[in-house]
Every structure is written in C-alpha cells, then in structure tokens.
Design a protein around this ligand. Structure first.
Ligand code: UD1
Ligand code: MN
Length: 444
C-alpha cells in the first residue's frame, strides 16, 4: 500500500511536470509565430518546385502516351498512314487488328417502338461491343419509344441514348406543310451527326434508321470496306443498300460482289468525320438524301454499294407512307450468306482500277436490247444495253425491272452513267451510247 502511494506521488509529479512544460510552450508561442514567415516561404518554394516537377512529368507522360498511341496504330491497316505505301497494302494487309478502331453505330429513332427490332439485330450481330458502340438518337419526344430504347441502355453500357433537343414545330409555307416530316428528319440528322462528331469526337459512324434490318455480315461489311474510304479520296460513303436489290435483278451467287455508285443509296451507311465537317455547314433543311444525290454537294464523289443488300427496310409506316414500300422496298433481298470482307482483296473498287476495268469491259461487250435480254436471247454471260436519252434509259430500265427514276440527273445505282445489274442469268450493263462526261440535271 505504501509503495503504491509512492508510485502515485511519482505519477502525479510527472503529470505536473508535463503540464508545466505544455503551459510554458504555449506561453512561448508568440515568438514562434514570428519565425513562421520564413518557414512558410520555404514550404511555398518547395510546393512550387514540386509543381514544376509534376508538370515536367506530365509532359513526359503525354509524350510517351502519344508515342504508344502511334505504335498501337501502326499495325492497324484501318489507319490512313498505313495506306501510303500504295493500293497493294489493301491486299497485302487485310484487317488484322481492330483493337484501336471504334466505328460507332448511330440509330436514328423517333416515335416507332419497333426500334426494338432494329436494336435487337444490332445487338445480335455485333461482333465486338467496343469496336461498335451503339448511340441511339431520339427525335420526337415519344415516351413509349423512349422506354423501349432505355431498356437497351439500362442493359448495356456500350449502348447510349441522346435526345434531339429542339422539338418545336417547323413553320413552313402552306405548299410545303406536307413535307414537314422531311424537314424534321433533316434537322434530326444534323443534330445526331454533330453529336457523334463534335461532341463525342468520333472518326467515322455507321448510320442506321430505326426501321432497318441488317444482314449477319453487316458489321464485317463495314470493317472490310472502311479502308477503301480512307484510301480513296474519290469515295465519300459506303452504303449497305442496293437500290436495285430485288432478287430478279441481282446475282445471288455473288454476295461478295461490290460496286461503285454515284447515287447515294443511304439506308445503312458509313460516313467519315472530315466529310461531315464539309457537309454540315451547307446541310439542307429537308430531303437530305436527295440533296446527297446531287453531285455538286458531294464534290462529284462516289459510294460503295453491295450487289446483295446488307439492310432491309421494314418501315411500311413512315414519313413517305406505304406505297413506295409495297411496290419497291418490300422486295429488296437481304443477304444471308456471311462474307468475310476483311479477308478479301477489294482493290478492284479503287477508282483507278475500277474505272479502267469498267471502260474496257463495256467496250468489248456484245450489245443487246432490253427486250432481247428479257427474252433470254443468245448465250453471252455479259452484255450491254445502250441508251441515248432519259427516255430510252427509262424504257430499258423499266423493261428489265430496274428503278427508272433520276435524282439530279443520276439514275439509281449508276456509276459514270452505267448501271450494272443481273437479269435472267447474265450481267447486264445499261450504258450511255455517247461519251459520258457528266450527269444532266435535266434528266428526270
Ligand atoms: C425516307 C428515306 C430515308 C431518309 C428520309 C430522308 C427510304 C426508304 N427512306 O424516309 O432513308 O432518311 O427519307 O429524307 O428511302 N425520323 C425523325 N424525325 C421525324 C420523323 C422521322 O428522326 O420527325 C427518323 C425515323 O426514325 C427514321 C428516319 O427519320 O429513322 C426516316 O423516317 P421514316 O419515317 O422511316 O421515313 P422514310 O420515308 O423511310
Ligand atoms: Mn423509313
């Protein structure tokens, strides 16, 4: 007990001493605050030094990042630089790596809940979510359609939705009121493409309307043909659609066959950023697709289109109503044979090859009339049918079951005035009987 008391006294003594020490130190705080300035200055200097070191490090890291990016791009042929070696590169280096490539799919939607059918197929056939993120742009503020799309975005973070914000009615003179839908479509496309290229900063985009089905090789088609768009400055788009895609006028045994065309097909098409930035400032208020069919607006450039369509429109209910659907769209044949486009040599589609081939083919082919073609006269596997005027073109086209209309003087699917089709088991070229130099806007 005694010992404990002594210990207690000792502890109390120590506490007392410590208390005195703390009290004393608080008393001498005043002189310490005087010396704070130089210490603060020192710390400030240190921070500045550290900041500088960090900035230097950031600069180094950015440099390194740029180098890595460049290296990553190198083995990927879907990069413009790698095509500089010439067209043989397209053949020698089919798409080996798509790791760095992002080709978003832009789905244009409005007020049709059947956008589900379109999205289901995109999701089903999409080979890679990172290469092909899906962006659904919705116009029209239609609630039920919004919820259909939201079910997809909720399920998958690589599917995003954006709303076209300007829903005000477009005021039009009475004569144009019936075309209001086409004004809204053009407004929506402008917003959606700006969103993809300006806001999201993508390099290219595949545009799909909400009433399109796609073929199983739809994505492979665009992957395989995208290098052509990068390589050939005379091309401005790749389309999945053949305007003359009915089974009676195509060669179903050639699903791998592609063509050049001066007639913008739309309906599932690939557009590059730089092209959009050229089109955007002059984008029309309505009928954007026909506007894109005027050679003046696309600098006389062409598109690639397939022999067998990679899209099918199921949009009977739509802005252009059902008649066009019943007599035409309904019968377009969708491709079901999977073609590995990324493994094919597509250099025959480059302008210098294609134009020379086409010219010599046409020159050497035997000539027939459309009637003879339909009556299956002779045994030639390829023939030409010549036309000299809009009228004679339309007569021959109609006879063979082709679309016979023009936009800005360009016949559907025409390339340099020539329409290639496949009728009664043979390839037929509908070709001008005069030296073609340009389309005549007075035709049609
Ligand atoms: C037709 C073309 C279509 C083109 C359009 C533009 C065919 C088969 N279709 O449209 O490729 O883009 O002309 O002139 O040749 N939409 C809106 N806002 C609206 C109304 C529609 O964004 O207010 C969207 C639809 O969701 C759809 C697209 O615009 O994605 C086309 O509309 P649709 O009703 O299908 O009209 P089409 O007559 O097919
Ligand atoms: Mn449609």
């Amino acid at each position: 007990m005694r010992v404990n008391l002594r210990k207690l006294t000792l502890i109390v003594g120590v506490i007392l001493f410590l208390w005195l020490l703390i009290s004393y130190s608080s008393v001498i705080e005043v002189p310490r605050s005087i010396s704070r300035k130089p210490v603060a200055a020192q710390i400030e200097n240190k921070i500045i030094k550290l900041q500088k070191q960090m900035a230097d490090q950031m600069a180094d890291s950015n440099l390194l990042l740029e180098k890595v990016k460049k290296q990553l791009k190198k083995p990927n042929v879907l990069n413009e630089d790698t095509f500089e070696g010439g067209e043989d590169d397209l053949e020698a280096q089919p798409v080996k790596s798509t790791a760095a490539l992002v080709l978003p799919v832009l789905v244009i939607a409005c007020d049709r809940v059947t956008v589900k059918r379109c999205l289901d197929n995109l999701v089903k056939f999409r080979p890679n979510k990172d290469t092909f993120p899906i962006i659904v742009s919705q116009d029209c503020g239609h609630n039920a359609t919004y919820h259909v799309i939201k079910a997809f975005t909720d399920m998958d973070p690589t599917i995003k939705m954006v709303q076209q914000p300007d829903l005000k009615e477009i005021t039009l003179p009475r004569a144009k009121v019936k075309f209001r839908g086409y004004y809204k479509i053009a407004r929506h496309f402008k917003f959606a493409l700006n969103h993809v290229f300006e806001t999201l900063g993508h390099e290219a985009v595949i545009i799909v309307e909400d009433d399109l089905d796609i073929s199983p090789d739809f994505f492979e088609y665009f992957l395989g043909t995208y290098p052509l768009l990068l390589k050939d400055p005379s091309l401005w788009c790749i389309s999945a659609w053949n305007d003359n895609g009915k089974k009676e006028v195509i060669d179903m045994s050639r699903p791998e066959l592609l063509h050049r065309t001066d007639f913008f097909p739309g309906l599932g098409w690939l557009l590059r950023r730089e092209t959009w930035f050229r089109l955007a400032p002059k984008w029309p208020a309505a009928f954007f697709d026909d506007w894109l069919r005027n050679p003046d607006n696309i600098d006389g450039k062409s598109c690639i289109r397939p022999e067998v369509s990679r899209t099918y429109s199921f949009g009977k209910v739509g802005v252009s109503k059902g008649l066009f659907f019943d007599i035409h769209l309904r019968n377009i044949q969708l491709n079901y044979d999977y073609v590995e486009f990324t493994k094919l040599n597509l250099t025959y589609l480059l302008k210098e090859n294609y134009d020379a081939d086409l010219a010599s083919t046409i020159y050497t082919l035997p000539e027939m009339t459309a009637d003879e073609v339909m009556m299956n006269v002779g045994t030639h596997k390829s023939v030409k049918v010549m036309y000299g005027s809009a009228k004679s073109y339309q007569r021959a086209a109609k006879k063979m079951g082709l679309m016979d209309d023009f936009r800005s003087g360009v016949p559907r699917t025409a390339y340099r005035g020539i329409v290639s089709c496949f009728v009664r088991g043979r390839r037929v070229y509908l070709a001008p009987d005069f030296t073609w130099t340009r389309y005549d806007p007075a035709w049609g």
